[in-house]
Write a protein that binds this ligand. Structure first.
Ligand code: SAM
Length: 231
């Protein structure tokens, strides 16, 4: 992967960025996504945000090497603190866990405005991202699931608008992904189901405490939702 050729995962994130956007890529690391998006002419100006020194330096070097310092500013900071309210029209957060993405959105929600597009790519725990979106008035307008290098990735695209509440199953598995049920989706949820059965088996051997009972109940519920979703 480089600034001229993104991974399939980041290419999918790129596809959901609207034309002529101003972009904040939070947790940008190597800054491949903003560099690529500016070079393709889709993004007119970008901020690459990074909290860690190593990835921050790597983003700075990449932007300088690509001769894009006029169009891309690399800023060091935690989550959305690197932007001011309304500064950009699109925010991307990719390659992190869903819990961390939801935390970044929650802590920085004063920076988000109703005209923005959010493109979020949780590596795991996408249910946490969907729950945050639903609670905060963001509607999922598209989703993708894809397999690359033995991993399955989900990409969630959201706009600020009123929408019907998602069901428990849609929150877990994705409203658009459930409709499409492609190969990656079927593989992901069959694997999850297998893992949940294994956890259930080990919990069956554990001492029956109220916490264990609650955990088992939640797993049985998730297995039922997954089985229904796979039908
Ligand atoms: N977004 C790139 C991608 O998808 O290929 C890089 C993903 S990399 C695995 C995750 C990056 O997020 C790391 O460079 C990490 O330092 C950064 N990160 C984690 N938490 C962050 C936060 N709260 N604010 C900004 N960056 C963060």
């Amino acid at each position: 992967m480089n600034i001229e050729q993104l991974s399939k995962r980041l290419e999918t994130v790129f596809e959901y960025i609207p034309n002529q956007s101003t972009l904040a890529d939070i947790g940008s690391d190597h800054a491949y996504l903003p560099c690529y998006a500016v070079l393709k002419g889709k993004v007119t100006y970008a901020i690459a945000g990074e909290v860690a020194e190593g990835p921050y330096q790597s983003a700075v070097n990449q932007v300088v090497d690509a001769n894009l310092t006029k169009q891309i500013e690399v800023r060091k900071g935690d989550g959305l603190e690197v932007i001011s309210s309304g500064e950009v029209s699109c925010v991307t957060i990719a390659g992190m866990g869903g819990t961390l993405i939801a935390k970044i959105l929650e802590e920085g929600k004063s920076k988000l405005t109703s005209t923005m597009r959010l493109v979020l790519q949780p590596n795991i725990g996408s249910v946490n991202v969907r729950k945050w979106l639903q609670t905060n008035g963001w509607a999922i307008v598209n989703e993708s699931i894809l397999r690359e290098d033995n991993h399955i990735y989900e990409v969630i695209c959201a706009d600020f608008q009123t929408t019907n509440a998602l069901t428990e199953q849609e929150l877990l598995m994705g409203p658009f992904l459930l409709k499409e049920k492609n190969e990656a989706f079927v593989q992901k949820w069959n694997e999850e189901k297998k893992q949940l059965h294994q956890i259930l088996q080990s919990l069956d051997q554990a001492k029956e405490t109220p916490e264990v009972r609650e955990k088992k109940k939640k797993i049985v519920r998730d297995i039922t939702l997954i089985e229904e979703g796979l039908k």
